[in-house]
Design a protein around this ligand. Structure first.
Ligand SMILES: Cc1ncc(COP(=O)(O)O)c(C=O)c1O
Length: 394
């Protein structure tokens, strides 16, 4: 249940979600009565310390890892930075080659660019027209200099799900052939609450999760780090989180994050079947649209709740403004780059014509969306595009 429901139709859940009432309630005592610093010695602090450790265990059970392999931090961006900058710096003496894909979130791409500026070599893997990484290219570019690969679990703009298990097997085999440790990080920010986060089954060494994408609090995140993965911390100070991430723990945030992940992970089948139905409904309705549109989200191997559609000869922004005037919150590609008119790097990497890519709209659903919402959304989408067609470029 969301905390408050205004009258808007919110279909931008890949940008952020409303926080659930249960999550808020779990956090409240740690803002007030239980305010102790987990690092202090007295019993008031013990309550906070226990809350952090119970949350760590809850999360470890979902990820099928040890509690000590969980690092709490401020969100997806910090986790991605810590995985890439922290691990590649620690491994610098053994090699300076990193691999990622062209469709990653900017939290990964910009961290990789930072490493390039420090003299590392980064290979950006190509993707096919549906956004899936080129596995042959991955196999070929792994060398005796490669230390870390970062490939996202599910794409935030299109919902495409990468074959993480297959990628991990390729890396493991090559690791054996080359007789060296090569570590694998995945950004699972959009996958949490929709797909399995079992790190053993996935075969990943590092995994990023962000609390606010599944009804949890903003500014909370997790980096799963397999025991033994070398790490040079990027935030230095009091040595919290076993020296991996300094700073007084955000106790209410950690408690809320664990509660939200527990709720989202245990209800993911229900979430997926609900959203799948609604997304299929939108797909069907779009095929009957008067205006040419291209659905970018692949039909298979994509998240249940994301649909990215491009309108030919239109720009996404005016469509979003028109939708906003009708009380609908949607997005064009990545929320973080919605202030820019540049076509999305993800769609360009998939080979989509930039003129088509600028007309991209991302719809991302949640359990709160209803059939009625979808009807209203599609009706208004068609109306707004029709009104804008007067000004459309030919
Ligand atoms: C795939 C992906 N990675 C990382 C992030 C950044 O997460 P945060 O907002 O918690 O910093 C996002 C946010 O949109 C995302 O979608």
């Amino acid at each position: 249940m969301p905390l408050d429901s205004n009258n808007e139709i919110y279909v931008d859940n890949a940008a952020t979600t409303s926080m659930s009432k249960d999550v808020l309630e779990s956090m409240l005592p740690y803002f007030s009565r239980n305010y102790g610093n987990p690092s202090s010695l007295y019993s008031l602090a013990q309550v906070s310390r226990d809350a952090v450790e119970v949350s760590r265990e809850t999360i470890a059970n979902i990820l099928n890892c040890k509690p000590s392999e969980i690092v709490f931090n401020s969100g997806g961006t910090e986790s991605d930075n810590l995985a890439i900058i922290g691990v590649s710096k620690a491994l610098e003496p053994t090699g300076k080659h990193l691999i990622t894909s062209k469709v990653e979130h900017h939290a990964v791409i910009h961290a990789m660019e930072e490493m390039e500026s420090l003299g590392f070599k980064v290979t950006y893997l190509n993707v096919d027209k549906d956004g899936f990484v080129d596995l042959d290219q991955l196999e070929q570019c792994l060398t005796s200099e490669t230390t870390l690969i970062s490939i996202m679990y599910a794409n935030n703009e299109t919902g495409a799900i990468q074959p993480i298990k297959e990628i991990s097997q390729i890396i493991k085999k090559k690791s054996i052939d080359l007789n060296r440790d090569i570590y694998f990080h995945t950004d699972a920010v959009q996958a949490a609450g929709k797909l399995s986060l079992n790190v053993e089954e996935l075969g990943v060494d590092l995994m990023t999760i962000s609390g606010h994408k599944f009804y949890g609090p903003k500014g909370t995140g997790i980096l799963y780090m397999r025991k033994g993965v070398p790490m040079s911390p990027i935030i230095l100070g009091g040595g919290q989180e076993r020296q991996r991430r300094s700073g007084t723990e955000n106790v209410p945030g950690i408690v809320g994050l664990a509660k939200a992940l527990q709720l989202a992970d245990s209800s993911k089948e229900n979430f997926n079947s609900h959203c799948n139905k609604l997304i299929n409904n939108i797909r069907e309705k779009l095929s009957g649209f008067k205006y040419n549109n291209t659905i970018v989200t692949p039909e298979k191997n994509s998240l249940s709740n994301i649909l990215n559609v491009c309108f030919e000869n239109f720009e996404g922004e005016p469509i979003l403004i028109g939708l906003d005037m009708a009380g609908i919150c949607a997005s064009s590609g990545s929320a973080c780059s919605s202030a820019s008119l540049e076509p999305s790097h993800v769609l360009i990497a998939q080979g989509i014509d930039p003129k088509l890519a600028v007309g991209s709209i991302r719809i991302s659903l949640s359990l709160e969306n209803t059939e009625k919402d979808i009807e209203y959304l599609v009706e208004n989408l068609e109306r707004v595009v029709s009104e804008l067609s007067v000004y459309a470029k030919n």
